[in-house]
Structures are given as C-alpha cells and as structure tokens.
Design a binder for this molecule. Structure first.
Ligand SMILES: [Zn+2]
Length: 71
C-alpha cells in the first residue's frame, strides 16, 4: 500500500535528500509555489511531498543533538 499523500518536513534547502522506495537516496528540488508559505517539492518516484521548514531555535532543551530521527 502506497503512501501517496505523505508530507515530510525537511530542513534542507534547496534540495532535500531522502531514502526512496527503491532503497536509493534521491534528491528533490524544493521551490516556492504560489500560495504556499514554504518551499516544497514532490518526489516523482515515491510521491512524497517535502516541505521545507526553517530550523527553529528551540526554547525547549534538546533531547540530544545527534538524534535527528524525529519526524
Ligand atoms: Zn522518493
């Protein structure tokens, strides 16, 4: 079953890398769409939408700087 409407928030710009459905890393170019607040792009292969979000300066303490596995 495919996740065709998935949106992933990324912090990479202008290209977002991800592990695609074929097991290879693909890069999706993000661009600002009219009407969209954030730049975004869709992977033509897995149809996941990648939406850029500016890294926020956290007011809360980080739970470990290496743990980037939190989506
Ligand atoms: Zn993909």
């Amino acid at each position: 079953m495919e996740n065709t409407s998935a949106v992933r928030i990324v912090w990479d710009y202008p290209v977002a890398g991800h592990l695609c459905i074929d097991g290879a890393v693909k890069y999706v170019k993000l661009s600002r769409q009219p009407g969209a607040a954030q730049p975004q792009g869709v992977c033509p292969q897995c149809q996941v939408t990648f939406q850029y979000r500016k890294p926020q300066r956290s007011r809360v303490r980080h739970y470990g700087e290496n743990g980037a596995t939190h989506f």
